[in-house]
Ligand binder design. Structure first.
Ligand code: NAD
Length: 365
């Protein structure tokens, strides 16, 4: 029987509630797909600060590094009122997450923007553009580019100051994110758009050259380039034309937020962060939602979908990943909703009831 080690980090706020539902789904996957998960819970964020005085205990790092995949709920609290935000910046909850990403060396951020056809009414775009739903995967470079380059200020000869942020990309950085994107495309519709600004930026010209070289290694993938300004327009004009998009850190930051806004609720969107090895970090894109924490109201689907991504990318269980995703869309098609979504003629479900529905649908597949 296949075995896999999973680190679970419930975190803060709604984190424990939504991770509990993903765990229920993983138990169902165990039954259905003859796999055995060894799941270990670990502390991070505010929960770790309260327990041991720092946001990423050494023990948590170790549990994560020894696992095949890490599933995280969310960390943090209300920034205005929580005592965690009176602490020095290096001891605050979010610092734990940044440190964990660095320790796991996850350089590729995968963010699917999925609009289920049954949720088309929650989308801001014209109905005909999204009649068949949307399923776009944005692969964003996460640890390079302008966010990590040299920056500073110097006196300006015309008075005042000059500020600068340097964008640098090396061949190896582009190649490794490119490979993640091509491999992801191979597992989907075999269509990849690389987004850059090669008409202006030298980093983009190198980016494009490396991507073209990789495209020769993946002849099955239908590859094209697009300038970032066109990509921003196309995402709202004709989003269905995209399948996988790969881009550098800052462009990816902006485009992935744009894409997530055309898909309805933040409670639906998962993410994966991957490095050189199969081990990855999986989390919903939303935060700890302190305003609804502890009320059994949060939507657990983004976390369940993150667990599906873990099955696909870290545990090599494509069939199980697909089944979990099918169970999620089936549940939405049946009209079941949590309170963050437009109602569909049925009473709203609680967090745990939504988890139960997904399990029920998964077991029926
Ligand atoms: P948030 O994403 O937690 O919440 C924004 C809004 O969306 C809130 O109204 C919330 O109720 C709602 N929401 C979020 N997730 C939901 C879900 N699953 N179901 C239903 N509704 C949901 O953003 P915020 O309020 O700005 O941040 C709260 C805390 O989370 C802060 O401390 C922030 O730093 C942290 N944060 C953590 C992560 C992470 O752990 N990766 C990411 C973003 C924010």
């Amino acid at each position: 029987m296949k075995k896999a080690k999973i680190a679970l980090i419930p975190g803060d706020g709604i984190g424990p509630e939504i991770v509990a539902e993903a765990v229920k789904v993983l138990w169902a996957v165990e039954k259905k797909f003859k796999v055995q998960f060894d799941m270990t819970e670990a502390l991070m964020g505010g929960a770790a600060i309260d327990a041991v005085g720092c946001p990423l205990p050494e023990e948590t790092k170790q549990v994560c590094m020894e696992s095949d995949g890490v599933l995280l709920g969310a960390v943090g609290d209300n920034i205005a009122t929580s005592p965690w935000y009176q602490l020095p910046p290096e001891l605050r909850p979010e610092k734990g997450l940044l440190e964990l990403r660095a320790a796991m060396q996850v350089f590729a951020n995968l963010r699917p923007a999925i609009l289920h056809p049954s949720l088309a009414a929650s989308c801001y775009l014209k109905p005909e553009l999204v009649a068949n739903g949307l399923d776009i995967l944005i692969v964003r470079e996460l640890v390079g580019g302008i966010y990590f380059g040299n920056r500073g200020r110097k006196p300006c000869e015309k008075g005042g100051e000059t500020a600068f942020d340097v964008m640098e990309y090396s061949t190896y950085e582009i190649e490794r994110i490119g490979r993640v994107a091509f491999e992801a495309a191979m597992k989907r519709k075999k269509k990849l758009v690389s987004v850059d600004k090669a008409n202006v930026l030298e980093t983009s010209r190198l980016w494009r050259a490396v991507m073209h070289r990789l495209a020769e290694e993946y002849p099955e993938v239908e590859y094209s380039d697009m300038l970032v300004d066109s990509a921003a327009m196309e995402l709202v004009r004709n989003p269905a034309r995209f399948d996988v998009i790969v881009t550098e850190n800052m462009f990816g930051d902006i485009l992935s937020d744009e894409a997530s806004m055309i898909t309805g609720s933040i409670g639906l969107l998962p993410s994966a962060s991957l490095g050189e090895t199969a081990r990855g970090l999986y989390e919903p894109i939303h935060g700890s939602a302190p305003d609804i924490a502890g009320q059994n109201k949060a939507n657990p689907l983004a976390t369940i979908a993150s667990a599906a991504m873990m099955l696909r990318y870290s545990l090599g269980m494509e069939e199980a990943a697909f089944a979990v995703e099918k169970a999620i869309s089936g549940t939405l098609e049946q009209g079941w909703r949590t309170a963050d979504l437009e109602p569909a003629g049925k009473p709203f479900l609680t967090t745990s009831q939504m988890g139960d529905k997904v399990v029920e649908n998964l077991m029926l597949l």
